[in-house]
Design a protein around this ligand. Structure first.
Ligand code: HEC
Ligand code: HEC
Length: 270
């Protein structure tokens, strides 16, 4: 599929270079060199402002492709962060050229392979935090996390993307088959991956497990971008609610613990 290959082969650093040299949009160069910005000035004397950076409508399907491919470079957290921020580099430029795309690499495997917060959520959360004010970050990321815990992954869309490929990227072969899906019931890498291993029968070390996580990166990046697009146009509505069971636990345990994770994934009900 030619267009799919095209998207992945776009060399982000080259495109950013074109833009910062003014050959691209012609505005980002000014932002970088003179401290004036795209859509409201975000760099002053080379220092990136602490305020949220400009966001423009992005293509969720391109985010899916970029995240999927990026997983094989530096893991899940890098992948979702990279997908969103590299697209913002291409479409906004300016301050995004100052943010290292490798920054979220540490989040792989639930942070240095500790299996804590799923890296896809960590990376997407960091990108969301770059563009949205604090109050909105909790709403958007909270919704993304809730959605993640109840959605079967990897999705049909991500399977289709992989199936349509049949090309190599960074010398890795994609596995062009539909993969078994699982629901994590948790935002933790540990639970998410282990549930999938149990469901699918593939070991953690299997290439299929890596491909599953790559597709999950695509799914989460696409969802995060779709949510940010809605947020930008003012149509975003958070709909996730914890399960009735968890709500029941929280009715008594609202103040002696912190969190919204499904309680009985770790505790026995009593
Ligand atoms: C009707 C109120 C109520 C509900 C509903 C409730 N709990 Fe509790 N829970 C308590 C009380 C009271 C204690 C004992 C006092 C304490 O240790 O804080 C307790 C203790 C616990 C403890 C500590 C147990 C221990 O061995 O020390 C855990 C963990 C816990 N609850 C989890 C849950 C979970 C999970 C749910 C939902 C499935 C739940 N609770 C629902 C009232 C409740
Ligand atoms: C990822 C696993 C996990 C999840 C999910 C989880 N907990 Fe816990 N919880 C723990 C651990 C670990 C502790 C520390 C004490 C322990 O080891 O039991 C703890 C402690 C507690 C305690 C204090 C227990 C005590 O001995 O005093 C309560 C109450 C509690 N959790 C309630 C909840 C409720 C309510 C939820 C759902 C909203 C929840 N937990 C979700 C792992 C979890």
């Amino acid at each position: 599929m030619a267009e799919v290959e095209e998207v992945l082969k776009k060399d982000v650093s080259r495109r950013s270079f074109l833009k910062t040299t003014g050959i691209g949009l012609g505005v980002a160069a000014g932002a970088l060199m003179f401290g004036t910005g795209v859509a409201g000035a975000q760099t002053q004397g080379g220092i990136v402002a602490e305020a949220p950076l400009p966001y423009v409508d992005l293509d969720p399907e391109e985010a899916r492709l970029r995240a999927h491919a990026a997983y094989f470079r530096s893991g899940c957290a890098y992948a979702t962060f990279y997908a969103i921020v590299s697209m913002l580099r291409d479409n906004v430029g300016g301050p995004y050229n100052h943010i290292p795309l490798r920054m979220l690499g540490y989040g792989r495997g639930g942070a240095a392979s500790w299996g804590t917060l799923c890296g896809t959520l960590n990376g997407a959360g960091a990108a969301i935090n770059l563009v949205a004010p604090d109050a909105d970050v909790n709403k958007i990321l909270g919704e993304l996390i809730g959605w993640y815990t109840i959605t079967p992954f990897p999705s049909q869309e991500s399977d289709d993307v992989a199936a349509a490929k049949g090309y190599k990227y960074d010398a890795k072969d994609y596995i062009a088959v539909a993969l078994p899906t699982s629901v994590s019931n948790s935002p933790l890498c540990h639970a998410s991956v282990t549930n999938w291993i149990n469901k699918s029968g593939f070991a953690a070390s299997a290439p299929e497990r890596a491909e599953r996580c790559a597709r999950l990166c695509g799914d989460v990046a696409a969802k995060a971008v779709a949510m940010l697009n809605e947020w930008k146009t003012g149509t975003f509505v958070a709909t996730f609610k914890v399960s009735e069971e968890t709500a029941g636990c929280l009715s008594c345990h609202g103040s002696d613990q912190i969190g919204k994770m499904a309680c009985t994934s770790c505790h026995e009900p009593h």
